[in-house]
Design a protein around this ligand. Sequence first.
Ligand SMILES: *Cc1c(COP(=O)(O)O)cnc(C)c1O
Length: 388
Amino acid sequence: MNPPTDKIYLDFAATTPVDERVLQAMLPYFSRIFGNSSSVHAYGQQAEAALENARQTLAEGLNCSPGKVIFTSCGSESDNLALRGAALARRARNSADHLLISPVEHHAVLRTAQQMARLHGFEVEYLPVDETGRVSPQDVADRLRPTTAIVSVMYGNNEIGTINPIREIGAVCRERGVIFHTDAVQAAAYLPVDVEELNIDLLALGAHKFYGPKGVGALYVRNGTPILPVLTGGSQESGLRAGTHNIPYIVGMAEAFHLAQVERDQRIAHLQPLRDRIIARVLEEIPEAQLTGHLSLRLPNHASFVFRNVDGNALLMMLDLEGFACSSGSACKTGDPEPSEVLTSLGFSREWALGSLRVTLGTSTTVEQVEAFLDRMPAMVERVRAFR
Ligand SMILES: *Cc1c(COP(=O)(O)O)cnc(C)c1O
């Protein structure tokens, strides 16, 4: 099935298509160059060379040595390895049992921390966030304890687009000798991920958010960070992640990451004015609409709103019928009409939080698509309001 050409995709924070150049880079590794990178023979060496080449590419963007890049199966797995792996290692070493995380983390962090509390006796403490979802470095400093095993604050928020002051939070943790993890799965598409500049110990990436394939991710692990494997078995990835390497996907991830680095400025120059156009027109033309997240400290392709007394799911369905693919926040669709935890933790009441909409743009988004969307939006919101 060809993609529907009459449809307009505005959900690039959920996932992106694989860039044609990325696909071309991947193709030889499915069949022609198929060796197991752990094998001694020439086939294995060829796979190994591709693997280490990809690792080198990520290391350049992260500003670390290649050995500090651990390939995983997705962003979620990277977050799991960071949190569970580092927290368990820190506790084994010096009884640290305090997890300090932001309340607006992706479920890959949030649910992992909650399971660590439930099953393994850790205490989870949630950092305060302001009304835009930002964590203040001072609030982190005030809550660090000698027993803090790990601090986790996301770089760019998937649901509300807000960018956190990662470098400053990292500096606070560094000074106190506490491990700092950041989920950069959204941010890596558009923001620099220099782990030295940003004072980061652990950083999670997922390829399908920056025009790479789904099902591959990476975790940066600073030298000397205590961490235990979550997936045990073979000694791949410095013993931190067992399993035969998925070479085509890893090659694709590296190519996509490289393109995101070299094309960053032009992508932002294209997307940010479109984002700002959406924010301006929606707030101007739709009554009882509010922006969620920060006005300027937000991902350049990300606009998100709440509309009072609107059923967000009904709005999404109406948008879909009219040919626009948007989201209400996270990509996980559930039938339950509970408002998003992220929005309620920002202080939005139910009557606002249930009417959320996320519009996220991509490199292929055009001015015409954005204008078509904006021309139809006010009437659609009005119609959904009238249902109630
Ligand atoms: C998508 C996403 C994840 C999960 O990544 P997957 O590769 O889909 O597992 C984690 N964190 C954030 C912020 C995301 O946007």
